[in-house]
Design a protein around this ligand. Sequence first.
Ligand SMILES: Nc1ncnc2c1ncn2[C@@H]1O[C@H](COP(=O)(O)OP(=O)(O)OP(=O)(O)O)[C@@H](O)[C@H]1O
Length: 225
Amino acid sequence: MSDVVLDLHGIEKTYNLGLPSQVEVLRGLDLRVAAGEVVALVAPSGAGKSTLLHIAGLLDAADAGTVSIAGRQMSGLSDRARTEARRRDVGFVYQFHHLLPEFSAAENIVLPQLANGVGRKAAEDRAAELLDMVGIAPRAGHRPAALSGGEQQRVAFCRALANRPKLLLADEPTGNLDPETSDRVFATLLSLVRETGLAALIATHNLDLARRMDRIVRLEAGGII
Ligand SMILES: Nc1ncnc2c1ncn2[C@@H]1O[C@H](COP(=O)(O)OP(=O)(O)OP(=O)(O)O)[C@@H](O)[C@H]1O
């Protein structure tokens, strides 16, 4: 596959609460996502979707196997180097936006850039550009509580893309929205991803949305089938 951004190979993960309550979640999972590709991750509840996204996003470590992002092997890195790689290369969107309630929409997009070493003026320009791309520039000064659910999720997309990551990971990004809003917000997400050419892995239970992506992968019995 050309231009592989996310390369998971032989990933194993077991949660050890002590025998007999050992949960083997991932058993030698392989998955690749290329630049510009939007992949739907479909899994029955409890199959390990969140576990997989956390490992791919360097939030959690696998017991075995390798994680490469943009050609760089992440498995052997120190915690600090991994955190830096996550900040720089990975954007996350969650089902519930997790925006900071005391900050405006624009500030929520500025802050992760400041944490990544970007200057304030450049960060503000980037926030304005992203809010414009998702069609809510006039809401830049609103705090999350003064935004609709769909607007909040759009801001969360902008925040995820603020540092120009190579990989976007999303866990049910439109799952808490009504079907019509979900549809519109999802279309925004797709066009954002396509414009920026990043690799995206988007978990969803919604098969209509999954079908609009480039490829569907199913997580079952600890692997991709
Ligand atoms: N920290 C943990 N300790 C022990 N078991 C865990 C832990 N986290 C998850 N599990 C178990 O691992 C399995 C996979 O969990 P995970 O959260 O990845 O599932 P999921 O596919 O995201 O589910 P859902 O779609 O319902 O959110 C589940 O059986 C869960 O109970």
